[in-house]
Design a protein. Sequence first.
Length: 380
Amino acid sequence: MTEPTAGLPPLVAAHPDNPSVMIDVHGAHVAGPGSLRQPGVMQQRVYDPGRTVEHPGSEVHFPPINNGLDYLISVVEHLEAGDERVSARDLKYAVLHLAAGAEVLLKARLQHEHWSLVFKDPARALRDELVKGTLLSCSPEETVTRLRNIARVPIDAGDAAALKKLAEHRNALQHYGLIGESANARAVESKAAEVLDFLIRFLDEQLLPTLGRDAREALDVDMERIRGGLLQIRSFVKKRLQRLQGVLSEHRELTVECSNCGQWTHLVRPDPDERALLVSSCLLCGAQMLSDSAAVCYAATILGLDPWPLDGSAPATEKCPACGGSDTLVRGVRTLADPERPVAFCFQCPGEVRELPELRAPATDLAHPQASATPGQEGV
């Protein structure tokens, strides 16, 4: 979601001697995005119109959580490489900004517990130093210790070790460079993926819930950018899928493909509060949906069905005979328990529903081949 910076005039012609340089309406030379930079030639820039901080001339205003998220956006921008491996320079700045983002976000949660806890010596904390930013703050390792012991934030040994290793890489890069065994690109990228995984969980479970509704909504654009970027980082996806296997294996019959990211990581667990509509979520991309929305999205995106057919064919969603959920049952759903066997699945109960009413007008296999049963198996 990018567009040319508003502060730059439109480009109208290519330079006669260099096609990578354009000439704007005022005759100024502007290097096109991705071209080799040349001295004296300003670079054409792009920005996300949904992020005010990227607009030309915007004010410098980065409260702690916004600041941490901005660092993470920079991280995903540096690590997004599609099918290619990231460059050494991209990896360098991804590590620096990831370490900075982790420190800012962890201390934001610590500050929520009490503002004095971010000082190296809380007994000598001065509020004016916090406001002015002149404080001597606690180390990343001490931050983790205080979050565990004082704020009761669960940070397991693996996540703590990954944060510590990342801090070591950051210190090496900042002070004397990353060389020798520590400069193994795959190892650095893998460790960065672990920390990214932890920080997304930390945001979802520890930071965002501390904010009011308006404050959370104000961060939606940044969170969407981060989540979308993370899905493009192969090492991140691989690491997180490995970590999720333990949870998903315990709930295979309740795990389906996510209509948002396409991974088999959408877990539809029963709600202990027994709400009118169940909220389920993807453990990989973080997408959350009410049960009726989850049913419609699955039917439309995964099965390719029309949610509201006008030709008299069977509806994509139905009322569940087991729980009475309106438009929460979908026929042809495949679960992680047996990906080859389509079942009638309710996103509200949740789970497979075996006793079904007759379809109003069965959909043909030609119209909806994805919803047909696997050869040799009984359809639902």
